[in-house]
Design a protein around this ligand. Structure first.
Ligand code: SF4
Length: 181
């Protein structure tokens, strides 16, 4: 919710944090309000699904009990981005989400990067094509407030910058190696 105009994880906040008051509690900014403090998250769920936040593999084994084991180092690569709790404070803090309702937004992009960095995943190229297009990473102007308000230190702004670098390198590669990336 918004507390005194700031996106706040209210389940982890105390009134004493806001003494001597007054305390103004409002629904999360940049989402349609259903009623009172309840907002409609349908647009976020659509954006989230778009980036395929799951492990993509086209060689899915027939035996469901097959395990894809990872080393602690492989886990560490994406662990930070996997800590997202979908509180959506980052969407409320982001001025671009306020201006461009279609912008995929910080948490969805951070989750896309979480799967890109997972050694079991093969969907990075698919996600890069989606996020390099309309309403993707290039809408972000790197204000950085998403990472400032994130209560789980996910650093979505960092994820978006990593993505921009990948997208730029991909474009460069397509000029240098036009017959195939
Ligand atoms: S990235 Fe952080 S602020 Fe955004 S939804 Fe996830 S936990 Fe919340």
């Amino acid at each position: 919710m918004m507390v005194n105009g700031r996106p706040t994880l209210t389940c982890a906040s105390y009134l004493t944090d806001h003494l001597p008051g007054p305390v103004r509690v409002e629904p999360l900014r940049h989402f349609p309000v259903i009623r009172d403090l309840v907002v409609d998250l349908a647009s976020f769920l659509t954006k989230l699904t778009r980036v395929k936040p799951w492990i993509v593999r086209d060689d899915e084994p027939a035996e469901p009990e097959v395990e894809y084991r990872q080393t602690p180092e492989e886990l560490e690569r994406y662990h930070q981005f996997s800590q997202c709790i979908n509180c959506l404070l980052c969407y409320s803090a982001c001025p671009i989400v306020g201006l461009e309702a279609g912008f995929t937004g910080p948490a969805a992009i951070a989750l896309a990067q979480r799967y890109n960095l997972d050694s079991r995943d093969r969907g990075a190229r698919e996600r890069l094509e989606i996020l390099s297009g309309d309403h993707g990473i290039w809408d972000c102007t790197f204000v950085g407030e998403c990472s400032v308000v994130c209560p789980k230190n996910v650093d979505p702004a960092g994820a978006i910058q990593q993505y921009k670098l990948s997208s730029a390198l991909d474009t460069l590669r397509s000029f240098v190696l036009p017959w195939g990336k």
